[in-house]
Write a protein that binds this ligand. Structure first.
Ligand code: PLP
Length: 391
């Protein structure tokens, strides 16, 4: 009955645990949810006010499919200011979340049978979106001891005449790793020799810690013509529910993505576009406050997990995730990350995501976008439950 396309789709691992956690919460169980990839903040007040004003001013009609010009201008300005990336408003498409930006771009570029390189562990939507377009995911495996990063040699060896694109995420969900400028330069040295597109998912670009200097792939002139940069307001401005993302790239690609969007959803919500305009063009101090808080939480969760026996992790430099290796706790009854995540949910009432959902068995993903009290309680509960497991 279902199309082969739909039948191939995997359920999101994030949503699976979240679903089980929600059922428990509905039954009155006190579950601490560290499974979701969203800020625990509310959208800043001035952004909410801009949306209210937009409704009052009757900005409630269709907008141009690409997104209102003031927003595309403001995005271009912000990209210049924050990352020194050069884009004109004509090179920007506003969509309903970064997810749609990725989807439009993949649909615009990937044909049946095209190979798309994808570093692993990967955010689950990345391989599924490639698969929906008929593309073949070529997994670039990484290891904890290499900070879950690919290297130039590995990249060069994976490129074939069928390679159409690499989907490159930085900072990375689920590991929190961020590529340094030197590491990116080495990869760009390979990419510049091959005529492949580079879809750069940099949704967490403004969330880096320890003074880490983030460099956008969109700032390497050698490859700029083949880079499609994806960003959005979801994470940086606590606007996950508003659904606004951007793709920025060569006009021909953006034009094709624009057409695809035009025949699927049309413009992103007019009201959310005005809210996003206030977010990117208004004061940026709420982001600084959020980052200061994430910095403290990150330090805390790393300290707690460092103190737990037989657990290791690569130190995350961005986003808001910890990706600890918990394989030492696997046993006959709980032989993998899914079983262990379910154990922690049922026993400790803490929801985390099994690493296998990101294609990396042996690990769990915890989001530290939660209050200090919740994090402290979650760490206590996890520590106790794991101890009991070892007997
Ligand atoms: N890209 C990555 C790596 C993500 O983790 C997420 C959300 O979790 C997105 C894109 C989607 O962002 P949006 O909410 O803007 O669709």
């Amino acid at each position: 009955m279902l199309s082969a396309r739909a039948a191939r789709l995997k359920e999101s691992a994030t949503l699976k645990v979240f679903g089980a956690a929600k059922r428990m919460i509905a039954e009155g169980v006190d579950v601490i949810n560290l499974s979701m990839g969203e800020p625990d903040y509310n959208t800043p007040e001035h952004i909410k006010q801009a949306a209210i004003q937009a409704i009052k001013a009757n900005h409630t009609h269709y907008t141009v499919n690409r997104g209102i010009l003031p927003l595309r201008e403001a995005v271009a300005k912000r990209l210049k200011e924050d990352f020194n990336a050069d884009y004109t408003p004509e090179q920007i498409l506003v969509s309903s979340g970064a997810k749609q930006s990725l989807f439009n771009t993949i649909m615009a570029l990937v044909d049946e049978g095209d190979e798309v390189l994808l570093p692993y562990p990967a955010w689950p939507t990345h391989p599924e979106a490639i698969g929906l377009a008929g593309g073949k995911v070529v997994a670039l495996r990484t290891r904890e001891k290499d900070d879950f990063k690919i290297n130039a040699r590995q990249l060069a060896a994976a490129i074939t005449p069928k390679t159409k694109m690499i989907l490159f995420s930085n900072p990375i969900n689920p590991t929190g790793m961020v590529y340094s400028e030197d590491e990116l330069t080495a990869l760009v040295d390979v990419l510049k020799k091959h005529n492949i597109f580079i879809l750069a998912d940099e949704i967490y670009a403004r969330m880096c810690y320890d003074g880490f200097k983030f460099r956008s792939l969109a700032t390497f002139p050698e490859i700029k013509e083949r880079v499609i940069l994806v960003q959005g307001v979801s994470k940086a401005y606590a606007m996950t529910g508003w659904r606004i993302g951007f793709s920025c790239g060569p006009q021909a690609v953006i034009k094709a993505a624009d057409k695809i969007q035009g025949h699927s959803t049309s413009n992103a919500s007019s009201i959310a576009q005005y809210a996003a305009l206030a977010a990117v063009s208004g004061p940026q101090d709420s982001l600084d406050e959020m980052l200061a808080t994430y910095t403290k939480r990150r330090k805390y969760i790393m300290e707690r997990f460092s103190a737990m026996p037989d657990i290791s992790f690569a130190v995350p430099r961005g986003a808001f995730y910890l990706f600890p290796n918990v394989s030492a706790y696997f046993n006959e009854q709980y032989p993998d990350s899914t079983a262990l995540a379910m154990y922690l949910l049922e026993k400790a009432h803490v929801a985390v995501v099994p690493g296998v959902g990101f294609g990396q068995e042996g690990y769990l993903r915890l989001s530290y976008a939660a209050s200090m009290e919740q994090l402290a309680a979650a760490c206590d509960r996890i520590e106790k439950a794991l101890k009991e497991l070892k007997g």
